[in-house]
Design a protein around this ligand. Structure first.
Ligand code: PEP
Length: 251
């Protein structure tokens, strides 16, 4: 049985105080959701310390949204994996399409970030996904395969066992356009097969999340699919009731 995970990517939203309120709203309602669901929240760096404190005893894990590719030194504005982990954060989102698109993150950068994450005991939530033009050109499987081969294939089996993958079709992120449950299942099964080509049966245990305009209304159908193990939620994670309602999609 694979874990079921509902993770919220808050992106660059909320002040630290607003973030704590949002977190409390989620924690207060978590008891209404099946205990089989593992919640993760990924606030901005500035909130991590406070959210880790608020999360104690709630069973909700905390993730960063990014980490530096280097360990330390003269990298103005960067935040290292060690700094993040020292706060008690357990996960880090890497390779989000917004980082790839707006900050030029390549597989080369992401390999370094992955290494930093593992060295500091942060479990990566590695995002993959094709752009609209890739899908329209029928290249979506090739794009996703390359994103996996160029980064995930460099992991050791032990590292791989801690990895979470998020399939986020770029055309569905923040656009209100969701992949159909069948499109999600098709790609998730493909991702699992690509992972199995390198890591064998261990890929059966890999949690693969869907991300892209997931909401309370579409989560039940998406999560009913065999290879969809939960969601990486953007916009709807900023409303505690919606985030919780998405968790309730798992019975
Ligand atoms: C995301 O950016 O990870 C995401 C899935 O965003 P949204 O749910 O807003 O599409």
């Amino acid at each position: 049985m694979r874990k079921k995970i509902v993770a919220g990517n808050w992106k660059m939203n909320t002040t630290p105080a607003e973030g704590v309120e949002l977190f409390k709203g989620v924690a207060a309602q978590k008891g209404e959701v099946c205990s089989c669901v593992n919640f993760i929240v990924a606030p901005p760096f500035t909130h991590l310390s406070e959210i880790v404190k608020a999360a104690r005893g709630t069973g909700i894990a905390v993730s960063a949204q990014n980490c530096a590719a280097e360990a330390k030194g003269a990298y103005t504005g960067e935040v290292s994996a060690k700094m993040i982990a020292s706060l008690g954060v357990e996960y880090v989102i890497l390779g989000h399409s917004e980082r790839r698109e707006y900050y030029g993150e390549t597989s080369q950068t992401l390999n370094k970030k992955m290494a930093q994450a593992y060295e500091n005991n942060l479990a990566p939530i590695y995002c993959v996904g094709e752009k609209l033009e890739d899908r329209e050109a029928g290249k979506h499987f090739d794009v996703v395969r390359a994103q996996i081969e160029e980064v995930v294939y460099n992991l050791t089996p032990e590292q791989f066992s801690k990895l979470i993958v998020a399939y986020e079709p770029v055309w569905a992120i923040g656009t209100g356009k969701t992949a159909t449950a069948d499109q999600a299942q098709e790609m998730h099964a493909f991702i699992r097969q690509v992972l199995a080509e390198k890591f064998g049966n261990a890929a059966d245990q890999t949690v693969i999340l869907y991300g892209g305009s997931a909401k309370p209304g579409n989560a039940p159908e998406l999560f009913s699919k065999e290879d969809v193990d939960g969601g990486l939620i953007g916009g709807a994670a900023l409303v505690a009731d919606d985030f919780i309602a998405i968790g309730k999609a798992f019975k």
